[in-house]
Design a protein around this ligand. Sequence first.
Ligand SMILES: C[S@@+](CC[C@H](N)C(=O)[O-])C[C@H]1O[C@@H](n2cnc3c(N)ncnc32)[C@H](O)[C@@H]1O
Length: 269
Amino acid sequence: MPDKAALAGLVETVQANRKYAGITADLVSRLAADALDRGLQGKAAVKDVRNKLHQVGGAYFRQTPDYASALAAIGSLPQSLESPETQSFCRAQMQAHASSAERLPILAEFFQTCLAPIAPVHSILDLACGLNPLALPWMPLASDYTYQACDIYLDLLALVDAFLRHFSPGSQAFACDLVAGPPPAAAQVAFLLKTLPCLEQVDKQISAALLPSIRADHILVSFPAKSLGGRSKGMPDFYRDHFYTLIAGQPWQVQEFTFPNEIAFLVTK
Ligand SMILES: C[S@@+](CC[C@H](N)C(=O)[O-])C[C@H]1O[C@@H](n2cnc3c(N)ncnc32)[C@H](O)[C@@H]1O
């Protein structure tokens, strides 16, 4: 258990840099405590925490989204998910995050295929959402849907929250640190899209603990089929084996879907 003052000081120094200022303090504190527990101090501790934050989150930003302009634009979007204006706004925003950007060529196909067995969908809990909630227009939704989303980036969450509420007052985005556990919210389906490998960089055992504790009838879990650099390196086979090992012994049904950049599993509990 690190000294309280040393921990607070390390968190403050890490977050003094603009790139790390907008990340939920829960995760920064967890990583800082871990660095101090391993005996790191001073610059080495700061570097260790920032590197980890980059690996789990920062590396996915292709450019820093212009949150102020995007927030202003949301106010004047039509309240229709079918509108070409809404859809072109969503596509443009999703370009900023590598994870949603690489899904753009198959957006409709991805959600229509993976969610067909449970459509129309009434409630979604998007865990470690990134900018994926902006794919809402391409999801097979019930007319009274609600969408809840969480991630570690507070500025990204403000954008996602404004977007979700614009179309559905009962929807929202909020901060979470999934390494500490899932949020208490319940839903028909939870999304864990391309996220387990990130969480496992902080805690190797987290996936097996997280999946059973999510309060959803179904979980759509996916893994990248290519690295951020675009190389495949046998990733689909590796992650398929990993996923089935994780859920071994669970009485769950699984449907599998394969796309060029992503493999997905719809788990029914
Ligand atoms: C590979 S991206 C996937 C984003 C989104 N699910 C998608 O598929 O487009 C991983 C996401 O996990 C988030 N993340 C990383 N660590 C997290 C944590 N401990 N708790 C919640 N979210 C986390 C990152 O900020 C990032 O948005």
